[in-house]
Design a protein around this ligand. Structure first.
Ligand code: UDP
Ligand code: MG
Length: 317
C-alpha cells in the first residue's frame, strides 16, 4: 500500500499540538486506501511543544518527530520534514489548524486519481484584516512583476506533493529558500489540482510572522528568484544620467542663449543629491545579491536534527 507523509512544522505551538493531532487522526483514520506517517518538526521551540509531541509519540506508531536543535525558520523546518519523509507523497501543513485537516481526504483522493501536485487556494482568510490583504495583494503584484518565477497569491504551504517532485525539491541546495518559489519553479503544466479552502483563525497562540519577518520574506522572495532588480538598478543609473545631462544642457542653454543664468546652488544640490541617490540604490541592490552569494558559497548544512520515533510495537495503534 502507498504511504502519505504529513509534515507539520511547529514553533512554539504547545496549545495546538494535541488539538491538531486529534483533528488530523480523525480525518486520516477515515482513509483506508493509503497508510500515513506523521512527521512533526519541532523547530527549536522554547515552550512545551517538544514534550507535547513526545507524549503523542508514545501513543501512535505512525508519529515521528524531527527535532531541530534551534529555531531555523519555517522554510527550513519544512525542508527537514521533507528530507525525513518516506512517503510516496508528502503533505505539508501548519500546526496552528489554519490548514484544516478536513481537506486531507480530498487531497489524497486527487493524488490517487493522478494529480502529482495538489495545491490549496485560500478563498478567504478569517484571520487577516483588509489592510493585510491589501498589502499581500500589492506584494504579490510587485513580486510577480519583478520575478521571473511566478508565485501564486493565496497559495499557502498547505499542499500535497508526489514523491517525484519531492525528489526534485530535494535537489535544491540553497540556504535561503522559499518553498512557494521553488515549487513554482518545478511546477508541471498538467497533473496539478487546486482545492479551495477557507482558512480559519489560529486555534491557539500568536502568529510567528511580525512586520519585519514578513518584510524580510518579501525581499527574499524577490532576490531569490529574480535578477530583474539588478536590471532596474542599471535603468535607474541611465535615467539619472539622462536627467543630469538634460539639466546640464538646460543650464547651458539658459546661460548662453537666453542670457538668463540660473543660480547655481539649487542645480548643483539637486544634481549631486540625485546622482548620490542613484548610486546608493544601485549599491544597495548589488549588496543584496552579494549578501546572497556570501551565504550560498559557504554550503553549510541546512539544519541539524534528530529523528525520534515511538519506542516499540506495543504502542501500536
Ligand atoms: N513556524 C516554524 N518556524 C518558525 C516560524 C513558524 O516552524 O520559525 C511554523 C508555525 O509553528 C506554524 C507555521 O510555521 O505552524 C506558520 O506560522 P504562523 O502560523 O506563525 O504564520 P502565519 O499563519 O501567521 O502566516
Ligand atoms: Mg498560521
Amino acid at each position: 500500500m502507498k504511504t502519505v507523509s504529513i509534515v507539520v512544522s511547529a514553533y512554539n505551538e504547545e496549545g495546538n499540538i494535541e488539538k491538531l493531532y486529534e483533528e488530523l487522526t480523525k480525518e486520516i483514520d477515515k482513509i483506508s486506501k493509503v497508510d500515513f506517517e506523521i512527521l512533526f518538526v519541532n523547530d527549536g521551540s522554547s515552550d512545551k511543544t517538544f514534550l507535547k509531541i513526545q507524549k503523542l509519540l508514545e501513543r501512535d506508531k505512525r508519529l515521528k518527530m524531527v527535532n531541530l536543535k534551534r529555531n531555523f525558520g519555517h522554510e527550513i523546518a519544512m525542508t527537514a520534514g521533507m528530507d525525513y519523509a518516506k512517503g510516496d507523497a508528502v503533505i505539508f501543513m501548519d500546526a496552528d489548524l489554519q490548514h484544516p485537516p478536513l481537506y486531507i481526504p480530498q487531497m489524497v483522493d486527487a493524488w490517487l486519481e493522478g494529480a502529482e501536485i495538489v495545491l490549496t487556494k485560500r478563498v478567504d482568510n478569517m484571520a487577516t484584516s483588509w489592510l493585510y490583504k491589501l498589502c499581500a495583494k500589492t506584494f504579490y503584484f510587485i513580486l510577480n512583476l519583478l520575478s521571473e518565477t511566478k508565485i501564486g497569491e493565496s497559495m499557502p504551504d498547505f499542499r500535497l506533493i508526489d514523491r517525484k517532485y519531492v525528489d526534485f525539491l530535494k535537489g535544491f541546495n540553497e540556504q535561503d529558500r522559499l518553498f512557494r518559489g521553488l515549487l513554482s519553479w518545478i511546477m508541471p503544466n498538467d497533473k496539478v489540482k487546486v482545492i479551495d479552502f477557507v482558512a480559519p483563525n489560529r486555534f491557539s497562540g500568536v502568529s510567528k510572522y511580525n512586520f519585519f519577518k514578513s518584510l524580510k520574506l518579501a525581499i527574499d522572495s524577490i532576490t531569490q528568484f529574480s535578477v530583474r532588480p539588478l536590471h532596474l538598478a542599471t535603468w535607474f543609473g541611465f535615467a539619472g544620467a539622462a536627467c543630469s545631462i538634460f539639466l546640464g544642457l538646460w543650464v547651458i542653454f539658459e546661460h548662453f542663449v537666453q542670457h538668463n543664468p540660473t543660480p547655481g546652488y539649487a542645480t548643483i544640490v539637486s544634481v549631486v543629491g540625485f546622482v548620490g541617490a542613484v548610486q546608493l540604490i544601485t549599491l544597495g541592490i548589488i549588496g543584496e545579491y552579494i549578501g546572497k552569494i556570501h551565504i550560498e558559497v559557504k554550503k553549510r548544512p541546512l539544519y541539524l536534527a534528530d529523528l525520534i520515533e515511538g519506542k516499540d510495537d506495543k504502542n501500536e495503534k
